[in-house]
Design a protein around this ligand. Structure first.
Ligand SMILES: Nc1ncnc2c1ncn2[C@@H]1O[C@H](COP(=O)(O)OP(=O)(O)OP(=O)(O)O)[C@@H](O)[C@H]1O
Ligand SMILES: [Mg+2]
Length: 257
């Protein structure tokens, strides 16, 4: 692996308490530019809570999050999205009453800024941007094998396709870092296999970093360059898939459940 890669995300000594419960403590994590990194651990280990801190759904109790060279203390959810962090959710969140295409276009609208007046009056500047957005949205749908479903209501898509649509919509915000919370949950082995290829091609094509939470070990070990293991909110191990697979503490944490 290249040694001189730039750190995009640096998390130092991160922690959060909910009342008396310490959900995450003393987490150190680095994600490099264009890297696919993994965050794994048994149920309740604190993985989703880490994503909620990285996106500022929760303000951390302790520690620092540096993203793209900036300290993110006191930044909001919207600030983090603008800075270039996008995510998907463990429980899929889509605009169920919108079409597949409109779900992705909504992602673009999150960052395109034009005055409400130009939109209402459908001024040329608005129409031109709309055309570009539509074209880019269709491109994303094609990457995720959703072109034929573009006019389908999101809620009518099969489960695996909904998960892919959520990733497409997250990419529409043009992130530098994409956080995927159990992207393969509920997918069959073939869908999982296809998803792995899509995640790889997204990284290559958009030159972004990806941090993924996943229980499917075949997926994690197959695509992550480095993996961090959480257990009871604490870091248990960090290393390459080979190092993690043979780490006795990790084996014990998983088998000891
Ligand atoms: N808002 C909250 N208030 C109180 N406790 C919370 C809150 N959010 C998370 N927790 C607690 O933090 C711990 C970690 O939860 P989290 O959802 O991050 O685990 P996880 O590793 O994502 O688990 P899973 O694999 O089941 O998704 C759990 O004990 C959970 O109950
Ligand atoms: Mg979770």
């Amino acid at each position: 692996m290249e040694q001189e890669r730039k750190a995009l995300l640096t998390v130092q000594d991160l922690g959060i308490d909910f009342g008396g419960l310490t959900a995450v403590n003393s987490l150190n994590l680095t994600v490099y530019d264009k890297e696919i990194a993994g965050l794994i651990g048994p149920n309740g280990a604190g993985k989703t809570t880490v994503f909620n801190m990285l996106t500022k759904v929760y303000e951390p109790t302790r520690g620092t999050i540096l993203f793209d060279g900036q300290d993110t203390a006191n930044q909001s959810v919207v600030d983090m999205s603008r800075a270039g962090i996008a995510r998907t959710f463990q429980n899929i969140r889509l605009f169920s009453k919108l079409s597949v295409l409109d779900n992705v276009k909504a992602g673009f609208h999150n960052r395109e800024a034009y005055s409400p007046a130009s939109a209402v009056l459908r001024l040329p500047v608005f129409r031109k941007k709309e055309a570009v957005i539509e074209e880019e949205a269709l491109k994303l749908l094609s990457i995720f094998s959703l072109s034929e479903e573009k006019d389908t209501l999101a809620s009518n898509l099969p489960y695996g396709a909904q998960r892919r649509l959520e990733i497409a919509r997250a990419l529409a915000t043009k992130p530098k870092l994409l956080l995927l919370d159990e992207p393969a949950a509920g997918m069959n082995p073939q869908e999982t296999e296809e998803l792995m290829d899509m995640i790889r091609s997204v990284r290559d094509r958009f030159a972004i970093a990806i941090l993924l939470i996943e229980h499917d070990m075949k997926l994690v070990m197959g695509i992550c360059e480095r993996i961090t293991v959480l257990n009871y909110g604490m870091m248990l191990a960090e290393g390459t898939p080979e190092e993690i697979r043979s780490n006795p503490d990790v084996i014990k944490a998983y088998l000891g459940e």
